[in-house]
Write a protein that binds this ligand. Structure first.
Ligand SMILES: Nc1ncnc2c1ncn2[C@@H]1O[C@H](COS(=O)(=O)NC(=O)[C@@H](N)CS)[C@@H](O)[C@H]1O
Ligand SMILES: [Mg+2]
Ligand SMILES: [Zn+2]
Length: 492
């Protein structure tokens, strides 16, 4: 883990997650192992979103004139859009864009769908591939040109208040999702100069990878009425007026998988949260010449019981050394390994090895109670992995009282440095110059540092950029009264 980027590339190959030898830069292949982790991750996300959203699927190609309708939006994406110019040998009379994101694909249709206030609120999402001609250094899952796992939610509301409320709902959805994966995060409001093109403001989730660099893993955008006016999305009120709607959109991507791999991984390789592990339990028989068949038979019985209890179990009965199996399943991050040999059968025991703590324990398999014990061990693994991730995340968070201190902290320890700022753009830009890193944004919460995941982010916290006593605090760059606590970090 000393060279995180090398570790990351190696594990993607060794654990057969992604094959990045595909002959288009920034576009990679999901291999079966990786595809399963992605599938279980998306299952969790859909279970959360389906409570309040409808899943849809829009075309991938966007007509040039639709994409160009929203001036700020298209300006923000003009250097990243891939274009289609031909159908076969025929030149298209209208170029088609490969969606970089789907506002301009969806909103002409929303204009047809939204008629009356009774149609609102609308909440849709789709999980699709999107395309961005990234010019910065691409790397699998973290910065790709084909974003293969782009979940974009788009919501439509009658009032500004409801739209603000939706931003909080989206923040809560992301907190719940990242908490289930044990991924720590800092929530902040992006500075005005770094928000989503066309948005009123952007709330972002940033995590920190083992090399101390921050990674934006999710964003929530309040689009206000900008796109409604551009695409004429109006609804008839009870009084018969026609009002423009208010909208949000919020997205996450392959970076979620990158975070699961990078944050929970260690020297032995992957360490997967049980919720997304292709195998939650692997059974390794300890075989000797004598009684081999009996051990295999017994293990098959244990496998059947765990499977019928709904767990993803794999019985590794290959004719190779147990030690080789141990290495492989630890490298692939299987949460629990059960070792069963002749002596264990005699004593009705099994050795249970926890991948996250690298500890062994012996459990009785005399009665079927062992099934619940395995399940509660999986729950403990989920909890302990999240706690461990937050502990190291919080170590990366530090405060700075002066610009010099902030610059030194970043230079020496990377991570996220927080400090008081006046909120003025010119001052912020000057600050970024001095510390040579990006301002991530303005912290959304009063809490000094995140301990365990906050279950509720209250409206006050989202709105209150005014830190308690912040008025007494000065901007570390220009000395004017501080209006907020901001954060800087070296970012991906
Ligand atoms: N090139 C990329 N590779 C991987 N993930 C990316 C890339 N570009 C953006 N992302 C991720 O995708 C998320 C959403 O992208 S975004 O531009 O911020 N927001 C949108 O596109 C909105 N339309 C969300 S619906 C970002 O927060 C970031 O985590
Ligand atoms: Mg980008
Ligand atoms: Zn200032």
């Amino acid at each position: 883990m000393t060279d995180f980027s090398e570790w990351f590339h190696n594990i993607l190959e060794e654990a057969e997650i992604i094959d990045d030898r595909y002959p288009v830069k920034g576009m990679n292949v999901w291999q079966p192992q990786g595809f399963k982790i992605r599938k279980y991750t998306l299952e969790i996300l859909r279970n959360i979103l389906d409570k309040t959203h409808e899943e849809v699927l829009f075309p991938m190609l966007i007509p040039e004139d639709e994409l160009a309708k929203e001036a700020i939006h298209v300006k923000g994406f003009e250097e990243e859009v891939y274009w289609i110019t031909h159908g076969g040998l025929t030149e298209l009379n209208k170029k088609l864009a490969l969606r970089p994101t789907s506002e301009t694909a969806m909103y002409p249709m929303f204009s047809l769908w939204v008629r009356s206030h009774t149609d609102l609120p609308m909440r849709f999402y789709q999980i699709v591939n999107t395309f961005r001609y990234e010019t910065k250094h691409t790397r699998p899952l973290i910065r790709v040109r084909e974003i293969t796992t782009f979940k974009e939610a788009h919501t439509v509301h009658a009032t500004e208040e409801e739209c603000e409320e939706e931003v909080q709902n989206a923040v809560k959805i992301y907190k719940q999702f990242f908490d289930m994966l044990g991924i720590p995060y800092m929530i902040s409001k992006r500075p005005q100069w770094d928000k989503f093109p066309g948005a009123k403001y952007t709330v972002a989730f940033d995590t920190i990878l083992p090399d101390g660099k921050a990674l934006q893993i999710g964003t929530v955008h309040n689009l206000d009425q900008t796109f409604a006016k551009t695409f004429d999305i109006t609804y008839e009120t009870e009084e018969g007026d026609h009002n423009y709607v208010y909208q949000t959109c919020y997205g996450i991507s392959d970076r979620v998988i990158a975070s699961i791999i990078g944050i929970h991984g260690d020297e032995k390789g992957l360490c997967l949260p049980p919720a997304v592990a292709p195998y939650q339990v692997v059974i390794v028989p300890i075989i000797f010449k004598k009684g081999a068949e009996e051990v295999l038979e017994f293990c098959r019985g244990v496998e059947a019981k765990l499977k019928s209890a709904g767990l993803r179990v794999h019985f590794d009965d290959r004719d190779i050394r147990a030690g080789k199996k141990f290495y492989e399943h630890e490298m692939r991050g299987v949460p629990i390994r059960m070792e069963i040999g002749p002596r264990d059968i005699e004593n009705n025991n099994a050795v249970v090895f926890r991948r996250d703590k690298l500890e062994k324990d012996t459990i009785s398999i005399e009665s079927d109670d062992f099934i619940d014990e395995i399940k509660s061990t999986l729950d403990n693994i989920t909890h302990d992995m999240r706690e461990k991730a937050w502990k190291s995340f919080n170590k990366h968070l530090r405060d700075a009282e002066t610009v010099e201190e902030a610059a030194r902290e970043i230079e020496e320890n990377m991570g996220i440095v927080t400090f008081h700022w006046c909120g003025d753009e010119a001052c912020g830009k000057e600050l970024e110059e001095k510390v040579r890193v990006d301002i991530l944004g303005v912290r959304e919460s009063k809490s000094e540092t995140y301990k365990m995941p906050l279950t509720e982010i209250t409206k006050e916290e989202i709105d209150s950029l005014q830190e308690e006593g912040a008025a007494a605090r000065k901007c570390i760059n220009c000395g004017k009264p501080s209006t907020c606590r901001t954060m800087i970090a070296k970012t991906y």
